[in-house]
Design a protein around this ligand. Structure first.
Ligand code: NCD
Length: 348
């Protein structure tokens, strides 16, 4: 539900486990039997491209069955309540529900109503924990390319999160995750787009983007969430760009190794210039690629190592234990592998 559910140790565990799934994703056949027999449903009550497809890809690479629910084509349009909707899906036998909703707290409510394990894929302006995990993973990966060693110690890092902080669930989860790993985080944006109080935000704040650029190791740019802004909080998008946009000129002020990140979707030409988003220091497509591995690690951890599922733990249900689950899939034509991969315990 929240990055705070994991804490520093939990974050590190997921990052380290994600390495195994990155290795799986890089294979010619990027698929392992780890969640065979399990069903993962994505329930998106709000629009999404990358988060939904990323979770679905992650579930498929783990051999889970997937169900896709889209609010606009569902019985919600006939007046069905959220509770009846999720209880209906739960009754079909679902192990995990990945929930996105425009209201903060909706996934927490859903988790009280269903037997399935629930993962928060973004709730209102509250949190987006798997985004924060994939961002930590991307920073760790980029730094390890330079230093040759993987480290979850971010204590030497200065990270600026720039833009519409107050409407951003990404900002909240990322501040919590970056700070848990030791980074020094500065929130940058117009005061009208800052949280009313910094209580619960382990970060400092400033309106002066130009004043921080030369000192930061990571610039994390946020989209202006126009769909959540119902009053005039800044004069115009042009004015916004001139003060808070990561323009080509501003990007030149960054150190040569500074990482540029954005959770997507981007408004090129508003919060970030197109050349900057597609430039050498941008790690935006790495974030998307890593999202699949990190979500594989989250689904795997939740469904095999903890969670509410009644199923037998997978390492007891498949010959060979946990190591076997990350092996490449074997095919029916290979009699030796049929024996090796057949489940000893039939689920459900
Ligand atoms: C974000 C979201 O939906 O919270 N996108 C994402 O999940 N990658 C950020 C946004 O919409 O601006």
């Amino acid at each position: 539900m929240s990055i705070t559910d994991l804490g520093r140790e939990g974050i590190i565990e997921i990052l380290q486990r994600s390495d195994a799934f990155s290795e799986v994703s890089a294979r010619a056949i990027p698929k392992v039997p780890a969640l065979r027999g399990r069903t993962v449903a994505t329930l998106f009550f709000e629009n999404s491209t990358r988060t939904r497809l990323s979770f679905e890809t992650a579930a498929k690479r783990l051999s889970a069955d997937t169900m896709t629910f889209t609010a606009s084509s569902s019985s919600l349009q006939k007046g069905e309540s959220l509770r009846d909707t999720v209880e209906t899906i739960d009754a079909m036998g679902v192990d995990a529900m990945v929930v996105r909703h425009s209201s903060s707290g909706a996934p927490q409510l859903v988790s009280k109503w269903v037997n399935a394990s629930v993962i928060n894929a973004g709730d209102g302006a509250h949190e987006h924990p798997t985004q924060a995990l994939l961002d930590c993973y991307t920073i760790r990966e980029a730094l390890s390319v330079r230093s040759g060693e993987k480290s979850e110690d971010f204590s030497k890092l200065r990270i600026a999160i720039v833009g519409d902080i107050s409407h951003s669930r990404v900002a909240r989860s990322n501040v919590l995750a970056f700070a848990a790993l030791g980074a020094k985080v500065t929130l940058v944006g117009p005061t009208t787009l800052m949280p009313n109080s910094l209580e619960g935000w382990p970060a400092s704040q400033t309106c002066d983007l130009d004043g921080v650029l030369q000192d930061v190791d990571v610039v994390y740019v946020l989209r202006v969430q126009l769909e959540r802004i119902h009053e005039a909080l800044f004069p115009s998008l042009r004015e916004y760009r001139s003060r808070f946009g990561l323009t080509v000129e501003r990007a030149r002020a960054l150190g040569p190794n500074a990482l540029i990140m954005h959770p997507g979707p981007m408004n090129r030409g508003v919060e970030i210039d197109s050349e900057v988003a597609s430039g050498n220091n941008a790690h935006i497509t790495d974030q998307v690629r890593n999202g699949v591995s990190v979500r594989m690690a989250v689904l795997y951890s939740l469904l095999t190592l903890s969670g509410k599922s009644d199923h037998a733990p997978l390492d007891e249900s498949v010959d060979g234990g946990e190591d076997r689950l990350l092996d490449a899939p074997r095919y029916e034509s290979d009699p030796a592998s049929q024996k090796a991969s057949r489940p000893r315990v039939r689920h459900g």
